[in-house]
Each structure stands twice: as structure tokens, then as C-alpha cells.
Design a protein around this ligand. Structure first.
Ligand SMILES: Cc1cc2nc3c(=O)[nH]c(=O)nc-3n(C[C@H](O)[C@H](O)[C@H](O)COP(=O)(O)OP(=O)(O)OC[C@H]3O[C@@H](n4cnc5c(N)ncnc54)[C@H](O)[C@@H]3O)c2cc1C
Ligand code: SF4
Length: 315
């Protein structure tokens, strides 16, 4: 394992096995895992990510490969989004994942960004993703140590947006994730990773490694993917919806950009639109913390829902 420390930087470790990575994170204080670092580095520059050292997971070979595995397809957490887009198997069987990956950031960022890092990227808010100087001038909000939410004026909860585009696509396909820490390895449905708390939005601590994403094979018929953003490149989501029709006629929908966690709805062909819309509306927490205002995002939510269900021949 190599360790380098450029000037004005923190120690940077490049373990080649999972056990080396776990040993490092557990034996040295306040280290963090990184993969592509496209999320971490921007947050770090803005003073929103503190760590005494970085443990790069991308040299661990088993995390960088994808292949069918029994009745599942296994994707390593450190597989890059550009590799997902170029993967013929994923293109043939999981088009919605390719569509989601193509919607993330820009080609240059996708050459570096990984699927695992995407599932664990930090929640966002226009009052939080600003320079340290900006936040000092505006006053710190709950997510950066202040005592009030600037977006709502409330003092109890942070409703920063969950912004991963890959998560809705994968959740709609019933993906599971393999997590490992020093004590155990577990397999859980992807949606269980998220807490719904805008300040600490993941259920896992920073000493766990996301190893693989597991997708059931031959279980779905068709998927759709919609994303609202300012421009058709670079921008984070203001609303993402992925919907999948499964062979048992169930429809699973997963949404990001409208709450601190992914919103998940299990429905089926023929259920009235109003019932589905009502359930999503009840779970969503759309506030004015995005480029688009709250009312516009609510309108687009309805529009995208109608389009998604129509494309799945469910309306
Ligand atoms: C300009 C710009 C535009 C962007 N646009 C989008 C967008 O449209 N949609 C979108 O979804 N994202 C977007 N992003 C965010 C980011 O680029 C992607 O989410 C990317 O996929 C993150 O992956 P990464 O490997 O770079 O993660 P990293 O930055 O390396 O890590 C992100 C988080 O995951 C943790 N982590 C990473 N890998 C693991 C692992 N295997 N196990 C445990 N913890 C891990 C890190 O500790 C960190 O907390 C954008 C970023 C930028 C800078
Ligand atoms: S939702 Fe409120 S508390 Fe959360 S990041 Fe935005 S302004 Fe801060």
C-alpha cells in the first residue's frame, strides 16, 4: 500500500484490499473513504467536508468489476459511471441505469465518478453548497452547525435534497447493496441506506465500505427515467423519477431531489393516478432550496408522473 502527502494536503492512502482499507479506517482517527472524489473534493473546497486523511478505494480490484453472478448482476462500487455507460450487458438488460448515468454531471466527471460514490454523495441545498465566506455572511444553517434552517425558518429539521441520480434507477430495479465493516458483511435493499435526515442522510457510518450493487436478473419488463434540471448537462437534479414495471405487474417508482431521502412507491398496473400522486406528495418534502421554486417542482412532479406511467402503459 502506498501513502503520499503532497504539501498543503492530508495523507492519502491507496489500499489494494478491503481488509487493508478497513484496517486503516479503524486504526487511524478521522479518515474518510473516497472513490472518484468528485463529490468529496467540491465539498472539501467549500469547507463542508473535514477529514484528517483520505482512503482511496479505487485500487481494490474487486470493487472495479461488474459481472453476472447467479441470478443477479453484480456491479463493483468503484465502477466508474463512464464504464457503466459503455458496458454492453448493462445496456442490454438495464437501460435505465445507463440513462441515469448519462444524466450525471459531464463526460469528464463521469470518467472519474463511481457508482458507489454516487449512491453516497452528500445531500444538497442552495443555502449549504456555497463557499465558507458566503455561508459565514448569510449565517450558518442547521447542516453546518447553525441553529436555524434558512430555507424554512424552522429549528428542528434539515430538508436538504437527496440528489443521487443512480439511486432512483437502481431502487426501481429492486437493487440491493453489500456493505462491509470490520465486524460483518450485510446485504440490504438499497433504499434502507438512507435515513431521511438532511444532516446525516445515510444510515451507515464512515467506517463502512459499500462493496457491490446487486441487481435481480430477468425480473423486469420496462423502465423510464426523467430528470428536471437547469441545463441538460452538468447540473444536479431538481427532481428525478425512475419507474420500473416488473414481470409480476408491480411498478416500483423511486424519486430523488424532493426530500432528504429517496421517495419509494410500490404500486401496480391499473392503480388510479390520484392514489399514486397522493402517496408521493405525502412523502415528498419540497421546499424552496433549489434553483426552481417549490410550486414549479410540484407541477413538474405531476407532469413527469403522468409521462412515466403512460410510458409504462399503466394509465
Ligand atoms: C459539477 C458537478 C456536477 C454533478 N452532477 C451530478 C448529477 O447530475 N447527479 C449526481 O447524482 N451527482 C452529481 N455530482 C456529484 C458526483 O460527481 C457524483 O455523485 C459521483 O458519482 C460521486 O462519485 P465519486 O466516486 O466521485 O464519489 P466520492 O466523492 O469519492 O465519494 C462520495 C461519498 O461517498 C463515500 N464513498 C465513496 N465510495 C465509497 C464506498 N465504496 N464505500 C463507502 N463510502 C464511499 C465518500 O466517503 C463520500 O462520502 C456532480 C458533481 C459535480 C462536481
Ligand atoms: S434545508 Fe435548511 S438546514 Fe438544510 S441545508 Fe438547507 S438551509 Fe440548511
Amino acid at each position: 500500500m502506498k501513502m503520499t502527502t503532497p504539501p498543503d494536503s492530508v495523507p492519502y492512502f491507496t489500499p489494494e484490499t478491503i481488509s487493508e482499507a478497513l484496517e486503516l479506517i479503524n486504526n487511524k482517527s478521522n479518515l474518510s473513504f473516497i472513490s472518484g472524489a468528485t463529490d468529496v473534493m467540491v465539498n472539501r473546497q467549500q469547507g463542508n467536508f473535514e477529514s484528517d486523511g483520505l482512503v482511496d478505494l479505487t485500487n481494490i480490484i474487486e470493487l472495479t468489476t461488474s459481472c453476472p453472478d447467479g441470478d443477479e448482476y453484480k456491479i463493483g462500487a468503484a465502477v466508474k459511471l463512464s464504464e457503466i455507460i459503455a458496458n454492453p450487458y448493462i445496456n442490454e438488460y438495464f437501460q435505465v441505469i445507463v440513462e441515469a448515468a448519462k444524466s450525471v454531471a459531464t463526460p469528464l466527471i463521469r470518467n472519474q465518478a463511481t457508482i458507489g460514490g454516487n449512491l453516497l454523495c452528500e445531500n444538497r441545498c442552495i443555502f449549504y453548497n456555497q463557499s465558507a465566506l458566503w455561508r459565514e455572511a448569510a449565517g450558518y444553517c442547521l447542516k453546518c452547525g447553525g441553529d436555524i434552517c434558512i430555507a424554512t425558518g424552522g429549528k428542528k429539521s434539515c430538508l436538504s435534497k437527496f440528489v443521487s441520480d443512480m439511486a432512483p434507477a437502481l431502487i426501481s430495479l429492486n437493487a440491493k447493496v453489500v456493505m462491509v465493516d470490520k465486524d460483518s458483511e450485510s446485504v440490504i435493499p438499497l433504499e434502507y441506506l438512507y435515513s431521511g435526515d438532511g444532516i446525516k442522510s445515510k444510515m451507515i457510518d464512515r467506517k463502512s465500505i459499500l462493496k457491490f450493487i446487486l441487481l435481480p436478473l430477468n425480473q423486469h419488463i420496462k423502465s423510464t427515467f426523467k430528470k428536471l434540471r437547469q441545463r441538460k448537462t452538468l447540473e444536479f437534479t431538481s427532481l428525478t423519477i425512475a419507474s420500473t414495471l416488473h414481470i409480476n405487474h408491480c411498478i416500483k417508482m423511486a424519486l430523488s431531489g424532493i426530500a432528504p431521502n429517496p421517495i419509494v412507491v410500490n404500486t401496480e398496473k391499473g392503480i388510479p393516478f390520484d392514489a399514486i400522486y397522493e402517496e408521493i406528495n405525502r412523502k415528498a418534502k419540497i421546499i424552496n432550496n433549489d434553483f426552481f421554486d417549490r410550486q414549479y417542482r410540484k407541477t413538474m412532479l405531476k407532469t413527469y408522473l403522468v409521462e412515466s406511467l403512460t410510458e409504462l402503459n399503466s394509465l
